[in-house]
Design a protein around this ligand. Structure first.
Ligand SMILES: Nc1ncnc2c1ncn2[C@@H]1O[C@H](COP(=O)(O)OP(=O)(O)O)[C@@H](O)[C@H]1O
Ligand SMILES: [Mg+2]
Length: 252
């Protein structure tokens, strides 16, 4: 018997009349390194939001194992970099409890924890920098540090590598692999190199979920048959593709 951290059962999610997920089901094993792939608009970010209880499903249920805590690194492009705030403050924001007053003071323990995380990620020297002065890779690390400051059991990352160069990407995924010894990692990605080098199970989200956890047996040339997603969608790194926008796959 496997030990599951998260179970998504028959979930339907709508934004107004737009159906983002339909009868989506997925079980996520403890300490797995799950890759979520699929076309743009397929519902990958929505799936993470449903798991995080940031978006309520119209029907179905999401079960998180009792006592587990979740950390979230949102999609990079959505983060406002012009906001005048330091690296340390961004990381400390991860400590803020929504139930507490907005201007709560951090305690010395929180600041020590933030410093530890920044050191572990190798960016302690950036502590006092404004986020507007960081490179894409540095900012991505800061957002990961923020998600880790509460020491979550499960870390969810939405397209963390899309703005990174190859070296920074490898460095980040080596770090995630290290974290995976003690945490479950869920990562939305289009990056085949990451899919084949780091993840141990894979789910393709295209309104519903095609799920596999024996990815090592899947060959690249079979991936379209297995996941119902065309290979060009999987290989693409965020470039808009007409076939994807139209929602047409195959037959041409
Ligand atoms: N806040 C929102 N309001 C309305 N529609 C949304 C919103 N967020 C996502 N959608 C729609 O839901 C569908 C799934 O989106 P999303 O989960 O962001 O997909 P992905 O992350 O796979 O690109 C798309 O059709 C998208 O346009
Ligand atoms: Mg998305």
């Amino acid at each position: 018997m496997y030990d599951y951290d998260i179970e998504v059962k028959n979930v339907d999610v709508y934004y107004g009349d737009v159906c983002a997920l339909e009868k989506a089901s997925l079980k996520i094993r403890n300490k797995s390194f799950l890759g979520i792939i699929g076309p743009n608009g397929g519902g990958k970010s929505t799936l993470l939001k449903v798991i995080l209880h940031l978006k309520k499903p119209r029907s179905g249920e999401v079960k998180i194992k009792e006592g587990l805590t979740l950390g979230y690194v949102p999609q990079f492009a959505l983060f406002d970099r012009s906001f005048p705030i330091s690296v340390e403050d961004v990381v400390l924001m991860g400590k803020l409890d929504h139930k507490l007053a907005p201007f709560r003071k951090y305690n010395p323990g929180d600041i020590k924890k933030a410093e530890e995380i920044l050191a572990r990620i190798g960016i302690e020297d950036l502590r006092k920098r404004q986020i507007g002065e960081l490179s894409g890779g540095q900012l991505q690390k800061v957002l990961i540090a923020r998600a880790l400051v509460t020491d979550p059991d499960v870390l969810l990352l939405d397209e963390p590598s899309s703005s990174l160069d190859a070296a920074t990407k490898d460095e980040m995924f080596e770090f995630l692999k290290e974290l995976n010894k003690e945490k479950t990692i869920i990562v939305v990605t289009h990056d085949m190199e990451i899919i084949f080098n780091y993840i141990d199970s894979i789910a393709c989200v295209n309104k519903s979920i095609h799920y596999h956890d024996e990815d090592k047996a899947i060959r690249v040339e079979n991936i379209e048959d297995v996941f119902g997603c065309p290979i060009n969608v999987l290989l693409q790194t965020g470039t808009l593709n007409k076939r994807v926008i139209d929602g047409r796959y195959g037959n041409d």
